[in-house]
Design a protein around this ligand. Structure first.
Ligand code: COA
Length: 259
């Protein structure tokens, strides 16, 4: 597939998916969403790719939400049709490798919902984050009411969703919405450094760790602990576990092969 709306590159085990509609503040239209799903499917089984960074093109926006042009005149029924099939938010959340949102500006509506589906979020100090759907007479529909509430709690989530007002990066860090904030001109390097550290780990252990942590919000403590035990034991079936343990005992750096 030749992409028109995204850029995808993989280098040194790190893939970067860039939404490339800077003139439209990287708003997500259907074509862009289709390309994102396709790109995720293509990366899923790639052994060259161990960590994915998602970002937006240009210096203004990560993603300014769904493309509002596509909402005009749309009925409840056609909107329901448009939301069938694999959705980008679920595709990112279920992606078996770590996904980092590199938030380089406006991160609104579906943009914040996409960031919420990622595993880690890092923002530039000039980023603005919010769920402004209420201003259009609608509500977040890409998981915002659920993932935002799970991440920051009901009070802060209500405030963002009911007022529609964006918050700045420092406020986002204060409520745990982003992991960290970096000066805009350092964002790329700082996020890349985190990605490099993660890409050195065992891809099998990363996958199990991601699934185990995700389970916490989806089930009871008892079921989650049981799932964790299964996934923990599963890592003992990997050559990477032998390599990791041996490397520690031999006082050297492990070389994880993902087997
Ligand atoms: N959908 C469609 N087009 C969008 C868009 C969106 N979500 N966000 C921005 N754009 C377009 C604008 O219409 C404009 O297009 P034009 O040049 O053809 O007129 C272009 O992107 C630039 O936007 P502009 O508003 O001029 O840029 P800005 O830097 O002054 O402001 C935002 C940026 C993000 C604050 C502002 O565009 C905005 O509020 N966007 C909508 C955010 C939103 O409500 N998202 C939730 C959607 S459910």
């Amino acid at each position: 597939m030749v992409y028109q709306n995204i850029l995808l590159e993989t280098k040194d085990r790190i893939s970067t998916l860039t939404i490339n509609r800077p003139d439209k503040r990287n708003a997500l239209n259907q074509a862009t969403r289709d390309e994102i799903v396709h790109a995720l499917e293509s990366l899923q089984s790639s052994v060259d790719s161990r960590v994915l960074i998602v970002t937006g093109s240009g210096d203004k926006a990560f993603i300014a939400g769904a493309d509002i042009n596509e909402f005009e005149g749309r009925t409840a029924l056609t909107q329901r049709e448009a939301m069938k099939g694999l959705r980008i938010f679920d595709a990112v959340e279920e992606f078996p490798k770590p996904v980092i949102a590199m938030i380089n500006g406006f991160c609104l509506g579906g943009g914040l919902e996409l960031a919420l589906a990622c595993d880690l979020r890092f923002a530039s100090d000039n980023a603005k984050l919010g769920q402004p759907e209420i201003n259009l007479g609608i509500i977040p529909g890409g998981g915002g009411t659920q993932r935002l509430t799970r991440l920051v709690g009901e009070g802060k989530s209500m405030e963002l969703i009911l007022t529609g007002d964006p918050i700045d990066a420092a406020q986002a860090k204060g409520i745990g919405l982003v992991n960290d904030v970096f000066p805009a001109n350092e964002l790329r390097d700082r996020v890349h450094a985190v990605a490099v550290r993660i890409a050195e780990k065992s891809p099998i252990a990363l996958r199990m760790a991601k699934e185990a942590v995700k389970t916490a919000a989806r089930t009871t403590l008892r079921e989650g602990l049981s799932r964790e035990t299964d996934l923990f034991c599963f890592t003992f079936g990997s050559q990477d576990k032998e390599e990791g343990v041996r490397a520690f005992l031999e006082k050297r750096k492990p070389d994880f092969k993902g087997r």
